[in-house]
Design a protein. Sequence first.
Length: 271
Amino acid sequence: MHISQPPLTRQIQALERDIGAKLFERTARGVELTAAGKVFLDDARQLLALVQRSSRRSQAAARGESGELKLVYFGTPVFETVPAFVRTFLATYPDATVAVSHMTKEAQLESLLSGVVDIGFGRFYPVTEGVSSWNIGTETLHVAAADPWDTRVSRARAVVDLLDVPLILYPRGDRPSFADKVVSIFRTEGVEPKIAAEVEDVNAALGLVAAGAGVTLVPASVAAIRRPFVRTMEMADASAKVPVSLTYLTDSRVPVLRAFLDVARRGKGQK
């Protein structure tokens, strides 16, 4: 131990004085631990193991391999994109956790800037100082109509086939939005949409579709979910695609966020 016997002896004696008990005793066979010494040694080993474990956990947290990521979403990305990215992230870093909740895009940006959340998923985020957003994929749009098919849209594969067909838009408010994109697609194809209603979200829109009030456009991830009294068909228009985006505080130093972004950049979360 590179310590001469007298200094070592003095250190042991000082430790015994601090503890108030003898740790060693001399016997015919040499020096042995006392009962107090055995307890002290056992606790010391556990303490050393705890320190080593704490060191490993701290290092993992610093690398973003553990800790809680606070994730929020708005709209239909929750059906496929969010689960795909979260699943891949947790498979890569099983000691991390992800708290997922719904939040409007406006509230997302405010919460990012105030540090309440770490990352948001949605579509068509407005440019915001201090916040970065980038597209992580695209989805093809499908037309959703009542089942049995409304005869007006039984063969609808393009926007032009929806001329004069009542259209249900969503979401209401929080511009720019998916609703703006749908209107833009119609006009790009030379068709002025016949807007019958503008509702809160995709579930409300599909409810009206099932009731026969009109048609709506939904991303592929929504079309993949079978719903009563609703049928969907993929649209052939080249413009009938929508991006999926994530957004986060540009200068965030949260390690678990940086680790999540690394996974996202590698594209591992995409289906």
